[in-house]
Design a protein around this ligand. Structure first.
Ligand SMILES: [Zn+2]
Length: 341
């Protein structure tokens, strides 16, 4: 049997919770992580209909992209839809887990990579990498260098280096020391620390302004062949299964390089323009924000739900690749609160 904690650990090995934005509330929102999973349901949002679906499917875990509890709750009553969902989930003993901006902010198996993959973009990389790689340095006695080398093979580092320090001690048999340095994504600090601690090697860490290619907001990539703008919009409509695209004026400029950000992505427009994207696919652009395209890019707003709906498949694949001890379902409820007339 599998515990909820094990499913969470697997998801968070891909999208560590420390990579969520400061305003976010990803994590286990309702339930007990020590419970065994009877079945799990993946959805984009958690609504009463989703909880009802989980009840019918005998799932005691709902894994969603958007956190049901986001801004904090002062009461949990039937007067508000969130209160009703929380109460029903608790009564039915259904846990609710959200994996939100931490899943947006990783390239591998992340929200935006999935959209880019659906669009057939190539050479996909993070649009706005985050600063804050951790540098580390450890002084390793020569006798232990092989252990450290071996341990480091398991940890993804950037610029791993060894500097041999010969002290030229005045007796034979003295061992050289090695200064081992490198950089890691911040969630790997514990892995480096525990390797060093196992061998009693003091290690120092410090934050840098450097970025990691797999960590940050949005993605950018290229089509193999340029697309004329009308064809591009038609193509996006079909691939992202959206009934409508709100877009800025055509530029009479073919589209090859495309920036993508699932959900509300207007904050990345400047990065998309700076990187020379011909088009920017995202959701939730506001009227005044469209002006900022300023003839430099084609903004294509496909809708928030539409841009992120494939996150359900992404989470389903990630979990089903790892676990076979419980039934896993994709929600069939269309939770999009926006309808088109
Ligand atoms: Zn979203």
């Amino acid at each position: 049997m599998t515990k909820i904690a094990e499913v969470i650990a697997e998801l968070e090995s891909i999208a560590p919770p420390m990579y969520q934005e400061s305003y976010d509330n990803s994590g286990l929102l309702v339930g007990n992580k020590g419970d065994e999973v009877s079945g799990a349901l993946v959805s984009l949002d958690v609504t009463e209909a989703v909880i009802e679906e989980a009840e019918k499917l005998n799932c005691n875990l709902v894994i969603a992209h958007h956190p049901l509890i986001f801004k904090g709750l002062k009461s949990i009553t039937d007067d508000h839809w969130i209160g009703r969902v929380v109460r029903r989930a608790i009564k039915s003993d259904i846990a609710i887990y959200a994996i939100h901006t931490n899943l947006d902010n990783v390239l591998r198996q992340g929200v935006n990579g999935k959209i880019a993959e659906r669009l057939g973009l190539q050479n996909i990389r993070v649009l706005a990498p985050k600063k804050g790689l951790l540098a580390f340095s450890m002084l390793v006695p020569g006798l232990l260098i092989d252990n450290i080398r071996e341990g480091m093979e398991e940890i993804e580092t950037i610029g791993l280096r060894e500097n041999k320090i010969d002290y030229r001690l005045p007796f034979s048999g003295s061992q050289p020391e090695f200064q081992v340095t490198g950089e890691i994504m911040p969630h790997l600090r514990n892995a480096v620390q525990s390797l060093a601690s196992r061998h009693r090697i003091p290690t120092s860490f410090w934050e840098t302004q450097n970025t990691h290619p797999n960590w940050g907001s949005g993605v950018i990539g290229e089509f193999e062949m340029p697309k004329v703008e009308d064809y591009f919009l038609e193509f996006v409509k079909e691939k992202l299964n959206t009934p409508l695209i709100r877009h800025t004026a055509r530029r009479d400029h073919s589209v090859t390089k495309v920036a993508v950000c699932g959900g509300a992505g207007s904050f990345l427009l400047g990065s998309a323009i700076a990187q020379g994207a011909d088009a920017y696919i995202t959701g939730d652009f506001k009227y005044h924000e469209f002006f900022e395209a300023d003839g430099k890019i084609l903004i294509a707003d496909t809708g928030h739900y539409e841009s992120e709906q494939f996150t359900i498949d992404l989470l389903f694949d990630t979990i089903s690749n790892k676990f076979s001890t419980f039934a896993l379902h994709c929600s069939k409820v269309n939770t999009n609160p926006v309808k088109y007339f």
